[in-house]
Design a protein around this ligand. Structure first.
Ligand code: CA
Length: 527
């Protein structure tokens, strides 16, 4: 290409003519390149947000007025929005474990955040390991939360590149140079700076731009809007609800939404948007501690009511799927792996059970349902099964049956009216559970009066997700939970005196909530 250019460039007067030729040959090359690109394996983009409330996205008609997520709405509207989209965990790490493997994470003993956070067994195969032999460049960004030590790092699980934090669920959004809570570039911790949501966006954009000429898989796992509540002050000031915690959450959501918009814009700018299969979802229900809104669902993150794991969920593939569609087919986060492999023409493995199913038939409007049933067990004695519109929820030795079609808010059990349905679902659930492994650490498979204390401890697994636990070694349960106070080491040098009025208000509010909860003996059911 450069040979003739240099030759012609030496001849005066010929240069403009040559440039004309050169430009027109580019113009001619473009359509051919586009054709080649659409015949090529699609790029795969997974955008996973963290703890975002079901109603904290403005395409949910139940959203409160302060919620505005134009970029997420546009993304959902450009493909198929799933109204019954689920995650396989009700907290961060279990969902990620299922997503990366395409399997119920309980198959390899992961029920709680602590179990997944300390490392998914190395015998498990992660999505990029299937895609790489098909020529994909693979990168992970943001929150990993699938292992604390380097053998569990994303680049040791099939990714070519990794930018983010490894171990636990939370990371400070502003302090990106703390050696006790490092940001990694691949296997190496380094001192970064900026606002973490922006940094994740920038790194993802850089990867897409660098790899636009080959199939790529980008796993963009924002930690926003997970604890801690941190956003630029000037953005917090834009919100005026009477709940200071909510104002911070909205400011965090603003940057998350902007970041997603920038990534989609990059796909368009680089000419790869049409041939990119995009999954957009959050990793579990909105967090009560962050004052998320899960309307119209019952419960929050860490619950097996719908508010714990029914999430915003969309599948977008502009060149292949119609825009502006919705599907009511129940789909789940571990469907991403088989869907991506189907799109990439990569066969499913034969040496293990893949529980996920390709979402494409549902997304194409060819199937109303892809799963016979879905099960959940969070290692604390709480579990659930959904089959058709029926859902059976169990906690300790209590069970509730609801029909989600008529009672989405799970307000009233009808187990007494439909004992045969409750029995059928319990039978399917028990069989499913019998196929799952024993919890690798901490969780309980089945609640009994004898293991009640252990189950209660597993229910506090949320402690693993709190700040302070994102250090290089596992935090002890209970210790992490204490890190919530502003005087803790995890919150850096912040003291009550140094807090902004918003942070101070939240801290005060939490203190009151904790005291009240302690007094009333409120336990797991509220979480
Ligand atoms: Ca989460």
């Amino acid at each position: 290409m450069f040979g003739p250019m240099l030759h012609f460039a030496n001849g005066r007067g010929l240069l403009p003519a040559f440039l004309g030729l050169f430009v027109s040959s580019i113009a001619l090359a473009d359509p051919a390149g586009a054709a080649e690109s659409s015949a090529r394996n699609p790029n795969i983009l997974v955008i996973l947000t963290d703890d975002q409330g079901y109603a904290d996205i403005s395409c949910n008609p139940a959203h409160p007025p302060e919620v505005s997520t134009p970029n997420m709405d546009a993304l959902c509207a450009s493909g198929v929005r799933f109204t019954n989209g689920y995650t396989s965990g009700n907290v961060c790490s279990p969902t990620r474990s299922g997503l990366m493997t395409g399997r119920y994470q309980q198959r390899f003993g992961i029920y709680t955040a602590g179990e997944g956070g300390s490392g998914v067994p190395l015998t498990e195969i992660f999505l990029p390991q299937y895609l790489k032999p098909a020529g994909y460049a693979c990168a992970a960004f943001g929150k990993w939360h699938l292992g604390l030590t380097l053998e569990y790092n994303a680049v040791n699980r099939g990714f070519d590149e990794f930018y983010g934090f490894m171990g636990r669920g939370a990371h400070d959004y502003f302090k990106l140079d703390d050696p006790n809570s490092p940001i990694y570039r691949n296997l190496d911790p380094f001192a970064d700076n900026g606002y973490l949501t922006h940094r994740i966006t920038d790194e993802a954009i850089s990867f897409i731009t660098r790899h636009k000429d080959q199939p790529f898989f980008a796993y963009v796992a924002y930690n926003a809007v997970h604890f801690p509540p941190e956003a630029p002050e000037e953005d917090i000031a834009k919100y005026h609800t009477d709940d200071p915690a909510r104002n911070i959450l909205m400011a965090m959501l603003l940057h998350l939404d902007n970041g997603i918009g920038k990534i989609i814009e990059t796909l368009k700018k680089e000419g790869v948007y049409e041939n990119t299969l995009i999954f957009f979802l959050t990793d579990n229900g909105g967090a009560k501690a962050m004052h998320a809104n899960n309307a119209p669902l019952r419960g929050f993150k860490a619950s097996n009511y719908e508010g714990g794991f029914r999430v915003p969920f969309a599948v977008v593939w502009p060149g292949h799927l119609s825009a502006g569609k919705t599907s009511d087919a129940p789909v789940i986060s571990f469907d991403i792996l088989p869907t991506a492999l189907a799109a990439a023409g990569v066969p499913l493995p034969k040496d293990r059970i893949i529980d996920g199913k390709s979402i494409l038939p549902a997304a194409e409007g060819k199937a109303d349902s892809i799963h016979d049933f879905l099960c959940w067990n969070s290692g604390s004695g709480e579990w659930a099964i959904r089959k058709g519109d029926w859902k059976l929820h169990g906690i300790k030795d209590q069970m509730e049956l609801v029909n989600l079609k008529t009672d989405l808010g799970e307000t009233t059990t009808v187990a007494a009216q439909h004992p045969e349905i409750a029995q059928e679902l319990k039978g399917i659930y028990d069989k499913w559970l019998s196929e799952m492994a024993e919890p690798v650490k901490g969780g309980v498979k089945i609640w009994t009066p004898e293991n009640a204390a252990q189950a209660a401890k597993a229910a506090k697994g949320e402690g693993d997700e709190e700040p302070g636990a994102e250090a290089g070694k596992p935090a002890k349960a209970g210790k992490a939970a204490k890190a919530e106070g502003p005087s803790s080491k995890a919150a850096g040098k912040e003291t009550v005196e140094s807090m902004s009025p918003e942070r101070r208000a939240i801290w005060e509010q939490r203190r009151v909530e904790r005291k009240a909860a302690k007094k009333s003996g409120a336990g797991k059911a509220e979480e």
